[in-house]
Design a protein. Structure first.
Length: 644
């Protein structure tokens, strides 16, 4: 048997096995799909087929015009605004890399935004100007000599934009445009995915796997009839690769290792991948049943605090942006509570900005399947997630004045990690009192670090330049620093206690291995007490010599050292940070003295080499210092309570 036929047969058998496995599990959502798990329906006569066919588009259009679903109407309005701005931009897309000469990503994302929004607008209005603009953009990017496969996220995103425009506008595009799109996908996308030097994403277990496979599989579904064997290969290889990544990223509780912003990115393309398969083949091959995936929506809604900011640990911004895949997951798993914050953003703010809105037309399809009357806040107040980055997030409620706490462990060496195990954020009374600092853009850091002989993305070496950045260091996070040392970046801090009680909501983490043996034991318990204040208890045992400990709080509130502690003021409200240090626990007498400090927020004043190119952080940094005597045990009880 010739090798190519054998390969095709093996691929077909794999897909059949996966399909039977999915059907055996009896997924009710898969049974509702209009087509069986077969490629026979993917013909040139069957477009559009990604997410919505002509009948579905007609249903959505009717629902929008009727106006009975305010969420759907507002989402449609927002997509049309994007179509009128980006989707009608007079600027020609240009293949220009970013400042680090590494990424085409911004251009690719803009292409997706322009093509997809214009495609939706044309299907809804029938106005030729949207079709003409989308076709212009498709031709422009398909004339690029490269989609930058050395940074394959760029290929994944550009393929997505071309595929969505190709499928949704298929009957109205010029034959020459469709032929050019097919050629570009084969040469600039599929061929590059066969190059092992570019396609390392197949072995990755982070957001790259989801974005690259999501884009490729979406494209394979859109253009299947043009290269069926290559498309089947993309699906078979992508599903197998993605399944392994999902087990790493979501198991056991859905907590995403890289943080909420990267959840938003990776999970959006995870949803794109699965929705592409479901709408075209009638199955996701069991991907939705992977451990933790059906819980991961809970993780993400709990990362959203009560001050319109998220728990932005690692390389994540605190800004609250649309979570496009929550619309898919709400419909897919019948979890309308996932949309409580989304509905608030949608109805009260512009909702989307920058590149966060590029796939909104897809999720409008799923929004049309949700009854707004069922969108209420979750009844849960606590989320605990184990896995690569253990995390606890608790709240006394879902409104602005309620209290919210997020704290995590894990390892700095995780993808996008910082030296911040044991750090936390805390919202109360409408103010974020304990904060994380937003990271700088990567291109702004990569070049100066490279000039100094370093590499921003070296996460496994203790001496890496990554850990010389002020924003990434433990001195600039809400955690402990012992003897002025950088944490052991390979050490792992597990979650060892969970508290979901009326008077205590939070978790405990074992930080011992972070401190190079300078402490023989270090356990941090962070909790909301009596639903009214924050308490942090650090149970520390000295090592072979006296150890100097710094307890740090990063805050947007203005700190002032007073005889009673550190007074923090913001928005006309005040809280007092106080510490008591006891010899062996909270009930014993004071055994050690702490001195309160306000620390520099400028890398230069803090003595960091990165001061040449890293600006000061915008928050204030305060805390206290004390000594753990050799061999002795201390209980360090810190509270943050409101004062009038």
């Amino acid at each position: 048997m010739p090798m190519n036929y054998g390969k095709a047969l093996l691929t077909a058998l794999l897909l059949l096995s996966l399909s039977l496995n999915s059907c055996a599990k009896g997924d009710p959502y898969a049974r509702e799909m209009r087509s069986a798990a077969t490629y026979s329906a993917l013909t040139s006569a069957n477009h559009p087929r990604l997410f919505a066919d002509d009948e579905e588009f007609a249903r959505i259009r009717e629902a929008v015009l009727e106006g009975g679903n305010p969420m759907l109407s507002r989402l449609h309005e927002r997509v049309m605004q994007i179509a009128e701005s980006d989707g009608q931009s007079p600027d020609t897309l240009v293949a220009k890399l970013d400042a680090s000469n590494m990424r085409l990503l911004a251009v690719c994302r803009l292409a997706v935004t322009r093509i997809f929004s214009a495609a939706y607008a044309y299907r809804f209005t029938g106005e030729e100007r949207f079709l003409r603009h989308a076709e212009w953009d498709i031709n422009t990017v398909c004339d690029f000599k490269s989609w930058n496969p050395t940074h394959f996220l760029d290929v994944g995103e550009m393929s997505t934009g071309v595929a969505l425009g190709y499928d949704w506008l298929y009957a109205h595009l010029a034959d020459s445009t469709k032929a050019k799109a097919v050629r570009a996908v084969e040469e600039l996308s599929f061929a590059q995915a066969r190059d092992t030097s570019n396609a390392w994403f197949y072995r990755s277990i982070h957001n790259w796997n989801q974005v690259c496979n999501g884009g490729l599989i979406c494209t394979a579904m859109a253009m299947y009839e043009n290269f069926p064997e290559a498309a089947r290969e993309v699906v078979a290889k992508g599903v197998e690769s993605n399944r392994k990544a999902m087990r790493y990223m979501y198991e056991p509780d859905g907590a995403y290792p890289e943080g909420p912003g990267y959840w938003n990115y990776g999970n959006t393309f995870q949803s794109l991948l699965m929705a592409s398969l479901e709408s075209c083949l009638g199955t996701d091959f069991g991907l939705a049943d992977e451990p933790g995936f059906q819980k991961t929506g809970e993780y993400e809604i709990f990362t959203q605090g009560n001050t319109n900011r998220v728990f932005n640990y690692y390389d994540n911004s605190a800004a609250l942006t649309p979570h496009a895949s929550l619309w898919y997951m709400a419909a897919r798993f019948n979890r309308p509570d996932y949309l409580y914050f989304e509905e608030k953003q949608l109805m009260e703010t512009p909702y989307a900005s920058g590149d966060s809105d590029r796939l909104l037309p897809l999720f409008l399809v799923y929004a049309s399947r949700i009854d707004p009357a069922t969108v209420n806040p979750s009844e849960k107040e606590c989320y605990f997630g184990n896995g690569v980055t253990p995390i606890a997030m608790v709240r006394t409620g879902w409104e602005k004045d309620d209290l919210y706490l997020g704290v995590h462990g894990g390892s700095a060496s995780s993808n996008h990690g910082h030296v911040d195990c044991g750090t936390f954020v805390y919202d109360a009374y409408g103010v974020r009192w304990a904060s994380e600092t937003d990271p700088l853009g990567y291109a702004r850091l990569e070049n100066p670090i490279k000039e100094r002989g370093g590499y921003l993305w070296d996460r496994k070496t203790q001496s890496s330049w990554r850990w010389k950045l002020f924003r990434y260091h433990n001195l600039q996070h809400n955690t402990l620093t012992v003897n002025d040392s950088t944490h052991n970046i390979l050490a792992f801090a597990p979650m060892i206690g969970r508290y979901d009680e009326p008077d205590r909501m939070g978790a405990a983490f074992d930080l011992t291995k972070l401190f190079w043996g300078d402490l023989s034991k270090a356990v941090r318990e962070v909790s909301i007490r009596d639903r009214s204040y924050l308490q942090v208890i650090d149970r520390l045992q000295g090592g072979p010599a006296d150890a100097k400990v710094r307890w740090t709080l990063v805050s947007e509130a203005v700190p002032e050292v007073t005889p009673s502690g550190i007074l923090l003021r913001a928005d006309g409200k005040s809280v007092l940070l106080q510490v008591t240090i006891a010899a062996s626990g909270p009930e014993t007498a004071l055994a050690a003295h702490a001195t309160y400090h306000i620390y520099p927020s400028d890398p230069a004043e803090a003595g960091f080499e990165s001061a040449d190119f890293e600006p000061p952080v915008s928050q204030h940094i305060c805390g206290f210092e004390f000594t753990v005597p050799a061999g002795e045990s201390l209980g360090v009880i810190t509270t943050l309570k409101r004062v009038e």
